[in-house]
Design a protein around this ligand. Structure first.
Ligand code: FES
Length: 115
């Protein structure tokens, strides 16, 4: 069972349990189910409204699954992912810190989501 701690300067931290490995539940869906006010519009990786920063809480290196192509494009457009970071990500096999909540699938790891 994974835990996801949502944190924001405006709200108290909230930690929720997530069913990992369903391969369908996104961070945004989990947030909505738990009434976490992450902003969103398209829910399809097109607008960048749901930008979040994800870090590991259990010191496993990986945070979330690999970036989708839509995510890479939007994060680059928003200046949250440079070409160098993108290349480094491939070398290190690590996702970037900045993600789109509507695109990240919950995995079996404890993470902090800043929104
Ligand atoms: S809600 Fe538009 S990119 Fe996530």
């Amino acid at each position: 069972m994974a835990t996801v701690t949502f944190t924001s300067p405006e709200y108290r931290d909230k930690t929720v349990y997530a069913v990992a490995g369903s391969h369908t539940q996104t961070i945004l869906k989990l947030a909505q189910e738990n009434k976490i006010p992450i902003q969103f519009e398209c829910e399809d990786g097109e607008c960048g409204t749901c930008l979040v920063k994800i870090t590991s809480l259990d010191n496993k290196e990986r945070m979330g699954g690999p970036l989708t192509e839509k995510e890479k494009k939007i994060l680059q457009e928003m200046g949250k992912l440079s070409r160098e970071e993108m290349e480094q990500m491939i070398v290190d096999d690590l996702p970037s810190l900045w993600r789109l909540a509507c695109q990240v699938i919950v995995r079996d790891e404890d993470i902090r989501v800043e929104y």
